[in-house]
Design a protein around this ligand. Structure first.
Ligand code: FAD
Ligand code: SF4
Ligand code: SF4
Length: 1020
């Protein structure tokens, strides 16, 4: 397996610093695109495993990389978002992938000229979003807008929404700056741009800037028409074109597409979505044309369009159905969910031949064929087809040949393949034209004779071309067999190589479209694909195919997801993505007994002994209850307040405000008091599901004792646990689950609405509201907290750029525990948005979000107070409750020191400090034996080599004996602890070390061994 030379790697590091990866997993993540080749064809594909991945942030860095590559004989592969499927981003073995996704700024906008100069990795969706406030919009965009990049579309070439009016993307580019294979930078425009940069898939250089033409932002009209035959659709589209109707975009679907869509399962996996989120218009199984145009053109378009449709046998569908289909425009691959694989095919055909092409496809493809069409400027229609199939079956190999059938049909009618890439280089002349091919060949000979830039793409031949050429030549003979090769009628869910059955299915179904990548909290805090949902599904596929095996680093990668659920909302297949990582946590930690993050073991010990995560004493859990409220709390009531750990021990302003609010609203409620235990979510995300189940039993039993029917929480995570996780566990165990669950904000909003509560005090502040992920995306509660804030006199509520379903995560709990330095990076993103909208304070309702955001503001020096919703609500009701801001920071400080201590290198250092005591604690005879080894030639080296085997056997006994000294050393490391925490430590630490030992020691030994050998050599 080729890897970089040390010199090359050092050279790259000198240019990009830490933004380089050479580990096998990451190289694999960057050696794939969205395409899925059949197993039998894969060996012929001239691509391999990248030698390294680099993420430059400036043009100078790109120049440096190119020059170094030239000097060291490296091959380079430019990569945008890797949403193409023609192999254009697949590296030859050992090549360096140059990921430009970090270069994603808009450099300047010329509103008068309606152009913008942007960096190459800018994602279309972000581009459009930032243009809107300037009154500008994109002239056209691809249906991969949520993930693909500007330079990627220029280099790949293509049409999109808006191509009916504006043509191909390259026709809408003023110029592009490109770092050539020589390291020189050239600005391309006009003919040179169209011939040497567009569609060239990076073989001529790396694009570092693009000047894009824009249009004015205008309200848009969307209309939907149904046609019962290809002929009728064709007739209408031709008539629209002949009449010169000033439309902006025309796309269409075939009947199979609508039929299969009806079989799609519900969204991401939360029960509330079933009730609230599922509007599906009843659409006829016909050809459906979706048409868009600026509303200002209504006079020119409106009636004429309806008339043309009617004359061609079409019927217009209701406006809400049109809007629905328009909103679905970025989900062309959603049907992959029923596959779990697809056989894709993409061609360009003349509009005049459309009906004939569609009829021939219908006649010749004997498998379900989903088709989407995009009508371009002039006589061009792009057809993107999918056959849902199952790549895990042998039949997939043969059925794949049907993609060539569609190309053959297109060519017979004057069309061509859509693109070249790696797989269709033999089609280069028909895709690009003979002249362009010659110009590209000439350019490559002159500027890149060593073939540095993206080898094996667009030009040239290799064995894969012989394979595809053979298949194309014998297409008529292969087709009947391919048509017989159907996928299984019932898709089977099977566990594979230890991956649970549902996750295994989702991993194969994932389209690798990348919509979930740049918005993922875990990814955006780090920037590497293995941390994104797309990367994780790809990794799981690699595990299932036997090419990867889980190691601790990948276990950690699955654990460190914040559970923000943004991925669920982004996934065009509506996969329950975050749920997959939850399932994996159980599999990896609970069932396979791999190591969770070490601090979770201390939390687990605290939970077992004291029922809370903050290492407080269980008999102090209810100390926060205000004296005047305590007598009003009922022993038994229908409604029970569940405070949770953080609001009980740290942010007690939250619990106090909540019970005062309930009291003021006239709600009779009960409370578990010192019998309440943590809801258990830390154990759920830590993968310790058995312990979670113990907690479930405890809490539901205690709730029943108090006659509770409705559980009211102040912590959204507690709410989610009660509402879904306990309910699901109850279902699995066959237990009754009678509880309804509400957040206090919902109860308060009801009380405001029916007049039981009335705000009579002003809070004169501009506030912005942070949607907690577990409250918003996970439970669908967005309005109640906003209604409360808006009802308080004097409050000016402003929204941050990302809000409600799109709201950014605070970056909390698992990040803090798993990779603490990343947490403030994520927290800062959220706080910056609050600063940008001029808020006096950011209001949150989750105690954990509050701790994380306060800690982030503190670390990053951001002047943005973080306040609690219930506290502010109580202010509006004339009751002041002191904020626990400072106390929560202080408590978090202790936690952080433990998290730091438990990093393997720090725990090893602590143990090294105890070497004398550890030597004394060895079994009888061991110490003299070790001492004697230093007199035996090579003895110490031998001992060092044997440590991984010896130490785990000795460690439990040694640690027991040195525990008193260890406790003192911990004291020295973390400093003075709160009284209760300090008192509990002698109980917690041994339990923590006990649970950790089997997995933790291998991580400690490499740090301890050299020090121990040195100690024996010099001190014994
Ligand atoms: C759901 C979905 C919908 C799609 N819809 C459309 C559509 O409507 N229209 C369409 O045309 N395509 C579509 N595509 C295909 C793909 O999204 C587009 O080709 C897209 O433009 C590729 O952009 P990218 O950033 O992902 O580029 P990549 O896939 O990363 O790269 C594409 C090619 O460009 C090269 N490249 C990337 N960046 C640079 C650079 N900075 N300098 C030089 N070369 C570079 C790469 O080496 C590669 O050869 C779709 C794909 C998906 C998954
Ligand atoms: S839940 Fe959030 S952090 Fe986790 S994978 Fe999804 S988007 Fe990323
Ligand atoms: S998880 Fe969904 S959004 Fe992410 S790459 Fe897969 S299909 Fe696309």
């Amino acid at each position: 397996m080729a890897v970089l030379t040390e010199r090359a790697e050092a050279g790259l590091r000198a240019i990009v610093g830490e933004r380089i990866r050479t580990d096998r997993v990451e190289r694999r993540m960057y050696s794939a695109d969205i395409g899925e080749m059949p197993r039998l064809v894969k060996p012929f594909v001239p691509a391999g495993l990248a030698g390294a991945v680099v993420r430059p942030l400036t043009e100078d860095e790109v120049i440096g990389i190119v020059r170094l590559a030239s000097a060291e004989g490296l091959k380079l592969v430019p990569r945008g978002a890797s949403t193409s499927g023609y192999g254009g981003v697949l590296p030859v073995e050992g090549a360096v992938v140059v990921d430009v996704s970090g270069m994603h700024e808009i450099l300047d906008v010329d509103s008068a000229a309606r152009t913008a100069r942007v960096q190459p990795g800018l994602i279309w969706e972000e581009f459009e979003r930032k243009l809107a406030p300037l009154g500008l919009a994109l002239r056209l965009y691809p249906s991969s807008t949520p993930s693909s990049s500007v330079a990627g579309w220029l280099a790949q070439g293509g049409a999109g929404f808006g191509s009916y009016e504006y043509g191909m993307f390259k026709d809408n580019v003023v110029s592009a700056r490109v770092v050539l294979p020589t390291g020189e930078v050239r600005e391309f425009s006009g003919d040179d741009l169209a011939n040497l940069v567009a569609d060239a898939e990076g073989i001529t250089g790396i694009i570092t800037e693009v000047v894009v033409m824009l249009r004015d932002l205008e309200p848009e009209t969307h209309r939907l028409f149904a046609f019962d035959s290809a002929t009728s659709l064709h007739g209408a589209l031709s008539a629209v074109s002949a009449a010169g109707l000033p439309l902006w975009s025309i796309t269409f679907l075939n009947p199979e597409s609508t039929r299969l869509k009806k079989t799609l399962p519900h969204r991401h996996g939360h029960p509330y979505e079933e009730a609230h989120d599922r509007y599906e218009p009843v659409l006829p199984e016909a050809f459906l044309a979706v048409i868009a145009y600026p509303s200002s053109r209504e006079d020119a378009v409106g009636a004429a369009l309806a008339d043309i449709a009617a004359r061609n046998g079409g019927s217009e569908l209701p406006a809400d159905a049109a809007e629905h289909e328009w909103e679905q425009r970025f989900a062309p691959m959603r049907l992959k969910r029923v596959g779990p694989s697809i056989i894709p095919t993409e061609v360009v055909v003349p509009l005049r031949s459309l009906a004939a092409v569609l009829r021939e496809i219908d006649a010749k493809i004997g498998q379900p064929f989903v088709l989407e069409g995009m009508v371009g400027k002039g006589d061009r229609v792009v057809l993107l087809g999918f056959i849902p199939h199952d790549s895990r079956t042998f039949a997939f190999n043969a059925a794949f040949a049907l993609s060539l059938t569609v190309i053959a049909i297109a060519k017979r009618h004057g069309g061509a393949a859509y693109s070249t890439g790696l797989y269709f280089r033999r089609e280069a002349t028909s895709v690009l034209g003979a002249d362009r091919v010659k110009r590209l060949e000439y350019f490559k000979r002159a500027m890149d004779p060593a073939g540095l830039m993206n080898p094996n793409k667009v030009l040239g031949r290799s064995f894969i071309d012989v394979v595809t050429g053979f298949a194309a030549t014998f297409e008529p003979l292969i087709r009947p067999v391919a048509n017989l090769m159907k996928p299984p009628t019932v898709v089977t869910l099977k566990e594979r190589k230890g991956i649970p059955e549902d996750v295994a299915y989702y991993a194969y179904a994932c389209a690798q479209c990348g919509y979930c990548v740049h918005t993922c909290e875990e990814y955006s805090g780090r920037g590497w694909m293995s941390h994104s949902p797309r990367g994780k599904y790809l990794y799981l596929r690699e595990v299932m195919e036997g090419r990867e095996k889980f190691d601790q680093k990948m276990v950690d990668t699955f654990l460190v997801c914040t559970t923000c659920e943004v991925c669920n909302t982004r996934c065009q297949l509506q996969l329950p993505v975050e749920h997959s990582w939850m399932t994996m946590r159980n599999r990896l930690i609970n069932e396979e007994h791999r190591m969770t993050f070490p601090p979770f073991e201390m939390i687990a010990a605290s939970l077992r002994g004291e029922n809370n995560i903050w290492a407080g004493k269980r008999d102090k859990r209810a100390d926060w209850v205000p004296e005047d409220i305590a007598p009003k709390i009922k022993e038994k009531a229908d409604i029970m307040y569940f405070a949770g750990c953080t609001a009980s021990y740290v942010t007690t302003d939250v619990s106090e405000a909540t019970v005062r609010l309930l009291d003021k609203a006239g709600v009779d409620f009960t409370y578990m008091g010192t019998d309440e235990a943590c809801c258990g979510i830390p154990m759920k995300v830590a993968g310790k599901w058995d312990q979670f189940e113990e907690i479930y039993v405890h809490n539901t039993t205690e709730a029943r004792k108090r006659g509770a029917k409705t559980i009211v929480t102040s912590c959204p995570a507690c709410g989610l646990v009660w509402k879904e996780m306990y309910a699901e566990l109850a279902r699995k165990r066959g237990d009754e689950f009678e509880f309804e669950v509400k957040h206090y904000s919902e109860i308060a909003a009801e009380a405001i609405a029916d007049g039981r509560l009335e705000f009579d005090h002003e809070v004169n502040k501009t506030l912005t509201f942070h949607d907690s992920c577990h409250m918003g995306r996970a439970q669908g509660v967005y309005d109640a907290p906003r209604e409360l804030l808006k009802a308080i006199p004097g409050v000016n509520l402003v929204e941050m750029e990302h809000n409600r379903e799109e709201g950014l995560c605070c970056g909390s709990v698992v990040t803090l525990i798993g990779e603490a330095p990343v947490a403030p990076v994520l927290g800062k993103m959220r706080l910056d948005e609050a600063v940008d909208v001029g808020a006096d304070a950011l209001v949150a309702l989750c105690p954990c979000c509050q701790v994380q955001l306060r800690a982030s503001a503190d670390k990053k020096g951001i002047d943005m107070p973080v306040d609690d919703l219930s506290r502010i609500v109580m202010e509006g009701l004339g009751f002041h409750i002191d904020s626990q801001n400072d106390y929560s920071l202080e408590m978090w400080g202790y936690f952080e020191k433990f998290i730091d201590l438990m990093q393997p290198e720090n725990m090893a250092a602590l143990m090294v400090g105890l070497l004398p005591q550890m030597m004394d604690a060895m079994p009888v005879g061991m110490k003299p034996l070790m001492k004697s080894m230093k007199y035996v030639p090579g003895g110490l080296a031998l001992m060092g080599a044997m440590m991984p085997a010896i130490f785990p056997v000795l460690a439990p006994g040694i640690l027991n004996r040195v525990m008193p000294d260890m406790l003192k050393a911990v004291d020295r490391h973390v400093g003075a602890l709160p009284e209760d925490m300090a008192a509990l430590m002698p109980d917690l630490l041994p339990k923590t070390m006990d649970s950790l030992m089997p997995n933790y020691l291998p991580l400690l030994i490499p740090y301890i061994t050299p020090k121990m050998i040195a100690y024996i050599r010099t001190e014994l």
